[in-house]
Design a protein. Structure first.
Ligand code: FUB
Length: 317
């Protein structure tokens, strides 16, 4: 039986505070974005790898009441997907929506898999793989091709940060956003790995500074966490400043693989991340949560206080 599908205006029992997790189900690696004054979250379906063959999306007008959009990307539309559909990165550009995904959890360059790209006309898809093969399908600089994040700099140039196994690369995107092109020096991949990096890169620009963030530790365990660096360039160097998100013995363990969205106010920031329920040791039992993130006067990021209450309703209009 298909799951109920609600329009926002029809949602029963609208809430004023999100609570954490913000929606039910095992969901990890949440990519939170804003499209057309609406919040969107695209998470990994946190299931055994062989069952990770689709992705749902969630949308909200206020960060509190979320509407589920089932299977916006699924195996019917990716011919080379076998398992482990991971860690979405979704952007709006060129009048379309581009959905970058990791697939197949490849362990060597003989296997088929890596980072692919699917395109749709709307944020709810159906997203369709456009290349018929991975965009990045090899292990370069020791980085497993997973956990991509696509960042648009102020000059309009898009870059992709990606990589697991403790290595992070940056590549330059072509204007079609389904290709990568050489940097000015002719290279295609630059390694930008900071100290302690494991996976899950994220980039944010604020007041001219590049805030690079990543996850540390093992995503199955309690120590998974998020750290950051500040740089003057999208290429770094990224000097580790410290952790901003980690387990709290009263709230949850294994908090990591995050993304960040901005609210309506000048400095209103939200961190969206996954974490394990207290006492639950199944690595796939990951839930998507949201909390406030604050910058201090000197531009550093204050440690995030994880909550069970989440955030208050915040419209973008
Ligand atoms: O969800 C699958 C993998 O777990 C992601 O690719 C990693 O970042 C970790 O969160």
């Amino acid at each position: 039986m298909s799951e109920p599908f609600y329009k926002y205006s029809e949602l029963p029992n609208k809430k004023e505070e999100s609570g954490n997790p913000i929606f039910s189900g095992w969901y990890a690696d949440p990519e939170a974005v804003v499209f057309d004054n609406k919040y969107w979250i695209y998470p990994t379906s946190s299931l055994p790898f062989e069952q990770q063959l689709y992705m749902d999306a969630f949308s909200s007008e206020d960060l509190v009441n979320w509407e589920k959009h089932p299977k916006v990307l699924s195996i019917e539309n990716i011919s080379w997907l076998r398992k482990a559909l991971w860690a979405p990165a979704v952007i709006e550009a060129n009048g379309k929506y581009y959905f970058y995904f990791g697939a197949n959890d490849i362990k060597n360059n003989e296997e088929i898999g890596g980072i692919g790209v699917a395109v749709a006309d709307t944020p709810i898809g159906p997203f369709k793989d456009v290349l018929g093969k991975p965009l990045i399908g090899k292990i370069v600089n020791g980085a497993q091709p997973i956990d991509q994040f696509v960042f648009k700099d102020d000059d309009g140039q898009y870059y992709m940060y990606y990589g697991g196994w403790g290595h992070c690369n940056i590549v330059k995107m072509g204007t079609d956003l389904i290709s990568i092109v050489p940097f000015e020096d002719g290279t295609m991949y630059k390694e930008v790995t900071p100290e302690n990096y494991v996976e899950g890169p994220f980039m944010l620009k604020r007041n001219g500074k590049y805030y690079f963030m990543w996850s540390e530790g093992d995503w199955n365990g309690p120590d998974y966490s998020v750290a950051y660096a500040i740089a003057d360039s999208p290429f770094g160097p990224f000097r580790r400043m410290g952790q901003i998100l980690k387990q709290d013995k009263n709230i949850a363990t294994g908090a990591g693989h995050h993304s960040i969205i901005k609210g309506l106010d000048k400095d209103e920031w939200y961190i969206v991340y996954h974490r394990h329920p207290l006492g639950d040791t199944d690595g796939n039992h990951r839930v998507t949560c949201i909390d406030r993130m604050y910058f201090s006067q000197d531009g550093s990021i204050l440690p995030v206080e994880m909550t069970n209450t989440g955030v208050k309703a915040a419209s973008l209009r």
